[in-house]
Design a binder for this molecule. Structure first.
Ligand SMILES: Cc1ncc(COP(=O)(O)O)c(C=O)c1O
Length: 436
């Protein structure tokens, strides 16, 4: 039996056939606790929390709605569905409230969607951990397809065509492809060209597209956003939530936008049925807060803009730090992740530390240097590659006042405590890759 944790990490329960194995993520958690208990320093770059205090106006909205204790409608209250429809409409995807469904975070909505669609799931390699874990919970190993060179979040269309046809010829039943724009883990935003190709191929193969756009408001450079729903409106479900742009992961509220088509309506109904058995309704106070946030009031738009600047500044600085010791690092474009590849340093790492896989590399960084990162293999990357997923928010500050100061700073990466963490990271990486 597999247990799937919040971070998508897995732990195999002890059975007669299978010994207990603890995932790298859980092992890292335990090692962090042990290091801290021993008074050792830890540089926590492992977890994807946005790390910014709640905006006072959102706190106020939530408090005002605390008396809303009834179960609400399964798909969400009208005010929240209308606000989410407005959110997407203002972003170039005309939406009616009737095509929106809310849930306690986008993660359970994604699971309900994969459950409703059935069949096999096609994923980019690498991809966010929980898509594969959810597919496995539904009893299906995902079909992984590499991303176009230098990109992230969408599978290469030609490779997807070949993989889906081969899977069908082998008796499997791929029905849905999940994409992430911008991407966790690579920090890249797929190009319009790749998204268009994906849409055309999905149409030819009759695949549903699930576009996870949870980091959409955190793209660093202004420009057109390549949403699959623009080119394949009849077959794209788009998801979002307040977890990343407003840093409200613990509030648990998300939404999905379904196609305006008979298929879209059937799918929404099916997901609504699953939702009614899984979460009944989204917590009412959260829905009121979300209705306010999805209205894009100027104070909150300004907050998200500040968050975008903060993530962009620190992600670029962290990418630069890894590049300075010889890693290949794709320039981060959105969200708060960096995806360094230590391939150019493979020889030195093998000789000095016996590193052969990304899991080895993550372990050495933790054990020898107190740096917590996740191995690329946790995201479905080839275990022998030397990629790491680095979440940059862990260095924004140790208190709300530090994090708020970073949020409004003209050059957040230059704030003393962030600059100090960057310097510490540089020293540790330099020691890691130094010749034996
Ligand atoms: C790509 C991606 N999708 C979805 C989620 C889940 O978000 P939510 O808090 O809305 O369930 C995360 C959070 O880590 C994520 O990184």
């Amino acid at each position: 039996m597999l247990l799937v944790g919040e971070s998508g990490s897995r732990q195999r329960l002890s059975t007669e056939e299978s010994p207990v194995t603890v995932s790298a993520t859980l092992a890292a958690n335990e090692a962090i606790a042990a290091r801290r208990a021993a008074g050792l320093e830890v540089l926590a770059l492992g977890f994807g929390e946005a790390g910014i205090p709640v905006h006072p106006l959102l706190r106020q909205r939530l408090a005002q709605a605390a008396g809303e204790i009834a179960y609400g409608p399964v798909a969400g209250i009208d005010a929240a569905r209308e606000a989410a429809a407005g959110y997407w409409t203002r972003r170039g995807l005309p939406t009616e409230a009737g095509h929106v469904l809310l849930g306690p975070g986008s993660k359970p909505i994604l699971f309900a969607l994969l459950h409703a669609v059935g069949g096999d799931v096609v994923l980019p390699a690498p991809a966010w951990v929980s898509y594969a874990a959810q597919s496995q919970l539904l009893g299906r190993e995902p079909i992984r397809v590499p991303v176009p060179v230098g990109e992230g979040g969408v599978p290469d269309a030609e490779a997807m065509d070949a993989a889906v046809r081969a899977a069908r010829a082998a008796g499997r039943d791929p029905r849905v492809v999940v994409v992430t724009l911008p991407d966790n883990p690579t920090g890249r935003l797929a190009s319009e060209r790749s998204v268009k190709a994906l849409c055309e191929t999905a149409r030819e193969l009759d695949l549903l597209i699930v576009a996870d756009e949870i980091y959409r408001d955190l793209v660093f450079e202004e420009g057109p956003f390549p949403s699959p729903a623009a080119w394949a409106p009849e077959r794209t479900v788009t998801t979002t939530s307040l977890s990343k742009n407003y840093a409200l992961g613990g509030w648990r509220v998300g939404a999905a936008r379904f196609p305006d088509s008979p298929m879209g309506t059937r799918l929404l109904e099916s997901v609504r049925g699953t939702a009614s058995e899984l979460w009944s309704s989204t917590p009412m106070p959260m829905q009121h807060a979300a209705a306010y946030a999805w209205g894009d009031p100027p104070e909150l738009v300004e907050r998200v803009a500040a968050a975008r600047r903060l993530h962009g500044s620190v992600a670029r600085a962290v990418a630069g730090t890894f590049a300075s010791v010889g890693c290949t690092v794709p320039a981060p474009q959105g969200g708060f992740y960096v995806w360094p590849d230590f391939a150019p340093l493979r020889g030195a790492l093998a000789e000095r530390w016996g590193v052969a896989t990304s899991a080895d590399l993550a372990r050495v960084l933790l054990d020898e240097f107190g740096v917590v990162v996740l191995p690329g293999s946790a995201f479905g990357d080839d275990p022998a590659s030397l990629t790491l997923r680095v979440a940059v928010t862990g260095i924004y500050g140790v208190s709300d006042s530090e994090r708020l100061a970073a949020l409004v700073a003209p050059e957040p990466a230059a704030m003393p405590w962030i600059a100090e963490s960057l310097e510490g990271l540089r020293d540790k990486l330099a020691a890691l890759v130094a010749a034996p």
